[in-house]
Write a protein that binds this ligand. Structure first.
Ligand SMILES: Cc1cc2nc3c(=O)[nH]c(=O)nc-3n(C[C@H](O)[C@H](O)[C@H](O)COP(=O)(O)OP(=O)(O)OC[C@H]3O[C@@H](n4cnc5c(N)ncnc54)[C@H](O)[C@@H]3O)c2cc1C
Length: 386
């Protein structure tokens, strides 16, 4: 039986990123995903923010046009327009991106098993026995280290007895072909409405090629399908959205409890949604999952090369979690805000010079996931995915 250096469970963005990085560093990697094809059941809108676009490279055909304009709406329809002087957002063509990165993994020598689920992990002294399940059959592989990139409800976390996500919002969206080609410039519309989207926002992202219309909120406070229908009606009246041909429906859980505290042990570690690496405020998880994966690749490589457990101590969920306190506090405020009237009243404050600065900071700020590694080690990691 082959003994892999690393088995990565989950080929979302986090798993694909770390598999490429570890293979580039010379590790023997197996990448496993439950999906038969990575273009099926995409669950994310795929909005990449400026800092990610600057720090990571994506094939150009995998990104939509630049979005610089944002409109925020109060429940009573009052609107606040913001424009960035930078190329602020681009919506990823996620199916193409996953496929392109999967092909890159293959070309780097990563072994890939799709249509395969993690069943269980048994620990031995230096290798773990990983039981996989595919098409009704079980098979075993061995690995020196296991990486959980298997999303918000991580089986790896359970098997490795690491922390698990407990707080969620859920998101649901429809993706439409763009209808009015001569319409406005690409724009991101966000409605802040505690009834249609309790604890989060409802959005229309129109990048000129596709239109994503979605709602997010606490699962026990709204019914996403009904809310999305209401929001689409609202959007046809208040934005230039015209429902055209629906291409996809996407949705899923988004962990918003902040980075988990115990995300590593001597047998493996967690990255991406499995580690709770999502901004508790904006619910953006693409930047955090890429940054955490990049740092984790360097740490795992060091551990496998030296055998020193100390290397893994850098991957400290508790230390990183402390950096999220402001965003966790703002999340509590969002959670408590259940009244449309309150938001309508507070809107006057937002539509002031100080309010606009605050709104610009949230929408266009460059604050992203904290750096996991000291700067000396970061230079090394950047070589992996320059
Ligand atoms: C509706 C919605 C919209 C969103 N929009 C944005 C956005 O615009 N911008 C942004 O920054 N963030 C957004 N997010 C959050 C972002 O999508 C996630 O944080 C990010 O995709 C997490 O990537 P990941 O690789 O960690 O996990 P995932 O993308 O969930 O990948 C996990 C993979 O693991 C596989 N898997 C799971 N269990 C097993 C198993 N037992 N065995 C084998 N394989 C398994 C799954 O098939 C999947 O492919 C959104 C989330 C949702 C739900």
């Amino acid at each position: 039986m082959i003994i892999y250096d690393v088995v990565v469970i989950g080929a979302g963005l986090a798993g694909l990123e770390i598999a490429q990085s570890l293979a580039t560093l010379g590790q023997r990697v197996l990448l496993v995903d439950a999906k038969t094809s990575l273009i099926e059941r995409v669950h994310t809108t795929g909005i990449f923010v400026r800092r990610t676009l600057e720090d990571f490279q994506f094939p150009q055909n995998c990104l939509g046009p630049v979005v610089r304009d944002v409109s925020l709406y109060a429940p009573n329809g009052r609107r606040l327009d913001l424009q960035s002087e930078h190329d602020e957002f681009r919506v990823g063509k996620m199916g193409e991106l996953y496929t392109s990165w999967l092909n890159k993994c293959r070309s780097l020598g990563v072994d890939i098993q799709l249509d395969t689920r993690l069943h269980s992990v048994q620990f031995r002294s230096s290798v773990s026995q990983i039981r996989l399940h595919s098409k009704g059959c079980f098979s075993d592989v061995q690995a020196r280290f296991v990486i959980g990139a298997d999303g918000a409800q991580s089986r790896v976390a359970r098997e490795l007895k690491l922390s698990e996500n407990r707080r969620w919002i859920v998101g649901l969206e429809r993706v439409y072909e763009k209808q009015n080609q001569q319409g406005d410039a690409p724009r991101f519309h966000c409605l802040i409405d505690p009834v249609l989207a309790p604890g989060y926002i409802a959005w229309v992202v129109d990048d000129g090629e596709e239109v994503h219309v979605g709602v997010g909120g606490h699962p026990d406070l709204f019914e996403p399908h009904a809310a999305l229908q209401c929001f689409e009606n609202w959007a046809t009246k208040n934005t230039d959205f015209i429902p055209g041909i629906q291409i996809e429906q996407r949705g899923g859980r988004i962990p918003v409890g902040g980075l988990l505290s115990k995300i590593v042990n001597q047998h493996g570690l967690l990255i991406g949604d499995a580690a709770g690496a999502v901004s508790p405020l904006t619910a953006g998880g693409l930047d955090p999952c890429l940054r955490l994966s990049r740092a984790a690749a360097s740490i795992v490589n060091e551990f496998l090369e030296t055998g020193r457990l100390d290397a893994l101590k850098q991957y400290n969920g508790n230390r990183l979690r402390r950096r999220f306190w402001k965003r966790l506090l703002l999340r509590q405020c969002l959670d408590c805000c259940r009244s449309r009237t309150l938001i309508n009243v507070a809107w006057s404050g937002l539509d002031s010079p100080i309010g606009r600065t605050f709104a610009r900071k949230i929408m266009f700020g460059k604050g992203s996931f904290p750096d996991v590694l000291p700067s000396s080690s970061r230079n090394h990691v950047n070589l992996v995915n320059p």
